[in-house]
Design a binder for this molecule. Structure first.
Ligand code: COA
Ligand code: AMP
Length: 644
């Protein structure tokens, strides 16, 4: 029997230039590349050097020129406002070209940055594509981040223009964006010269004369702008993601490799064809939104769905089934947390009976590990293959996946299957030696990474090297630990840094600790991610107050919860903190965060041999139990504990 996946994967590793050179033929170039893979700057690799193209042209113009102008490009479905709209490729091209005219009129040109802070409305996609059309670099900031986080990104990206809407809409409240935007510009050192605001009736924004431009008004007089060719290696966007400190990392995506790889994934990973409806139920503020709400479906000539709603509550747990049946969705991509939310509200899947979802062929899940309960529930209720796939903001597309367009492999519970073509995945020990199959270690990918990943971090080449390339020479370090089993299936077990994953959102516990430490009564603190049945993980803070502090500890807890919401944003979902007398530490002063997490999660844990003061763990256990967390005790001293 021919093992198709194995042979495709082998070829991608043994002959990357042939493999990706062929895939690049499906993209339209203004100038063909000189080299598919340029390795003259090791350990930095560049794809398609010498090539020139325009990303927006490949997403829109070429489909219209090829006679598909009447095909649907984008369906906007907003149960939260009761609105919906459909854009054909021709209409989307017209609006994008005119919005590019608006931006050009405000002085935006090739290489300039534009920050986009938008809810899930078509204008967010239009703004992104308009930047791409001009060769400008967009940086989209998720709407659930607070003004301070937006300001940090404005300072780093130094945009000429900021594009936003007057508000976003959450089930329980209208989130007025404009005051957040104004506050962010006030806080930021860098001041963009203009903002463009899309007014929504739910909360009209007050405009600053001379600086703020009304989207609709500007569009009425704007003239269309043609695509500006850029180098394959020029940046298309910067997307900030959590690092281990409060300073986010600006992941850079280039134009050429991105278009080639994402276009390739649509058939080979997701098994969809031009004209199919592809729905990524995520947000344009995350990498999944960039890759699979905006760019990949449009490169491939599919119809993308922009959904402004939630899996539950808009209006009920049948919302996803309605969208699938109404819009004829062939492939759905979301995070496991969305399915946990649906399962919680409608465990028997009764609402499925109201809809015909026979159009759905596959469900893809990512953002966090798909737990077997959720996997089985989705398999049983939807009766389609449920595919867990593993990726990161940095990688832009899947590192491991069951490539449905190549060969559908058997699914193993808890595994995102095998490395996608282009990914040479290994498990290494601390010394950088490859571990035998079945043993847990650091998951790394041998360089070069495939196209569509990230050539660098914005303004931070050294940080890029230090964070990803320094530890294991010749490899990209994923910061995930895991296993590759006897059959070559990967299992992603945990992050090796202080990143946590809350409802599929990546958050830095270090950033939260920085906020907590700013409270005048807090002497010391630790934040760790504890198990949460809906969100996967939820942040939990431990606080040590100043000696002799007379303040009510409950008040400090309320203060820090409010501070995290104000400074990082509601998306941090920081709701719980406990006041304790000391933090558990090793004798060298390292806080034992994993032990705290294990106690809170009720997992077996070992007394770390190097703990400074074992008695503190009794107090922590008691405090956690009182606060409703589980705990299982095993005080055996264990020199092999990872926190020694
Ligand atoms: N703008 C402003 N606030 C936002 C926001 C946005 N775009 N998105 C979320 N928030 C707020 C929420 O309203 C919530 O505020 P609250 O504390 O006042 O309730 C807070 O941020 C936390 O949001 P979230 O973690 O999403 O929790 P939730 O309880 O609102 O919803 C789920 C839980 C599972 C329904 C939701 O996370 C979800 O739909 N996830 C789908 C998966 C997904 O989008 N993953 C992204 C990567 S694929
Ligand atoms: P983000 O950059 O927000 O996409 O988050 C990336 C991190 O989420 C990864 O490093 C993993 O820790 C986790 N992650 C994403 N997808 C999966 C998956 N399918 N299985 C396990 N972990 C995942």
């Amino acid at each position: 029997m021919v093992d198709i996946y194995e042979s495709v994967h082998r070829r991608s590793i043994e002959d990357p230039e042939g493999f990706w050179g062929e895939a690049a033929e499906n993209i339209d170039w203004n100038r063909k590349w000189d080299k598919v893979l340029d390795d003259s700057d090791k350990p930095y690799y560049h794809w398609f050097t010498g090539g020139e193209l325009n990303t927006c042209y490949n997403a829109l113009d070429r489909h219209v020129e090829n006679g598909h102008g009447d095909r649907n490009a984008l369906i906007y479905d907003s149960p939260i406002t009761g609105n919906s709209d459909t854009y054909t490729y021709s209409r989307l091209l017209d609006e994008v070209s005119r919005f590019a005219g608006v931006l050009a009129g405000l002085g935006v040109a090739k290489g300039d940055r534009v920050v986009i802070y938008m809810p899930m409305i078509p204008q967010a996609v239009i703004a992104m594509l308009a930047c791409a059309r001009l060769g400008a670099v967009h940086s989209v900031v998720f709407g659930g981040f607070a003004a301070n986080e937006l300001a940090v990104r404005i300072n780093d990206a130094t945009p000429k223009v900021l594009v936003s809407a007057s508000c976003g809409i959450e089930p329980a409240r209208v989130v007025a964006y404009k005051p957040l935007l104004d506050a962010a510009i006030d806080i930021a050192k860098h001041k963009p010269s203009h903002t463009v605001i899309f007014q929504r009736p739910q909360a009209e924004a007050t405009m600053v004369s001379g600086r703020d431009v009304d989207w609709e008004e500007a569009m009425t007089s704007a003239s269309s702008v043609q695509c500006v060719p850029v180098a394959a290696t020029d940046p298309l966007y910067v997307l900030y993601t959590s690092g281990t400190t409060g300073e986010p990392k600006g992941v850079v995506r280039d134009n050429g490799g991105h278009a080639v790889a994402l276009n390739w994934t649509m058939k080979n990973i997701y098994n969809v064809d031009p004209g199919d409806v592809f729905w990524a139920a995520s947000d344009v503020g995350w990498v999944v939104g960039h890759s699979y709400i905006v760019y990949a479906p449009l490169f491939a000539g599919c119809t993308t769905v922009v959904y402004e709603g939630k899996p539950v509550g808009t209006p009920d747990a049948g919302a996803f089934w309605r969208v699938i049946s109404e819009h004829n969705v062939r492939c759905l991509f979301t995070a496991p947390t969305a399915f946990r939310a649906i399962k919680k509200e409608d465990p028997k899947g009764d609402l499925l009976k109201d809809y015909d979802i026979s159009c759905l062929e596959t469900l893809f899940l990512a953002g966090e590990r798909t737990d077997p309960d959720t996997l089985h529930w989705a398999q049983e209720k939807l009766n389609v293959p449920v595919i867990d796939h593993w990726w990161q903001t940095e990688t832009g597309w899947a590192i491991c996946a069951n490539c449905m367009g190549i060969e559908a492999l058997p699914v193993k519970d808890g595994s995102p299957t095998k490395p996608a073509p282009g990914w040479d995945l290994k498990v290494l020990d601390e010394g950088g030696n490859e571990l035998p199959r079945g043993q847990i270690g650091a998951l790394v990918a041998k360089l070069p990474l495939p196209p569509g990943t990230f050539p660098t971090l914005w303004n931070a080449r050294q940080r890029h090297f230090d964070s990803y390339l320094r530890e294991y020479e010749g490899y990209y370090s994923t910061s995930d630990a895991g296993i590759i089993d006897e059959d070559g299936y990967a299992f992603i077990m945990s992050r090796t840094d202080d990143i946590i994953n809350v409802a599929g959102h990546r958050l830095s516990t270090g950033a939260m600790e920085e906020v907590l430490a700013d409270h005048p009564e807090v002497a010391e603190c630790a934040v760790t991610g504890v198990a949460d049945p809906l969100k996967g993980q939820a942040p939990l803070g431990l606080l040590v107050l100043n000696a002799g502090s007379a303040i009510d500890p409950d008040q400090v807890v309320k203060d820090v919860v409010r501070m995290v919401r104000e400074r990082i944003g509601p998306v941090a979902a920081f709701k719980k903190a406990l006041v304790v007398s000391r933090l558990p530490k090793t004798r060298s002063g390292k806080i034992l965060r994993a032990t705290i997490r294990n106690i809170a999660d009720g997992e077996d844990w070992k007394m770390p041999a190097t703990i400074d003061d074992p008695a503190i763990l009794d107090e922590i256990t008691e405090a956690l139990e009182k606060a409703g967390f589980a705990s299982t005790r095993d005080k055996t001293s264990n020199p092999s504990n990872s926190e020694n």
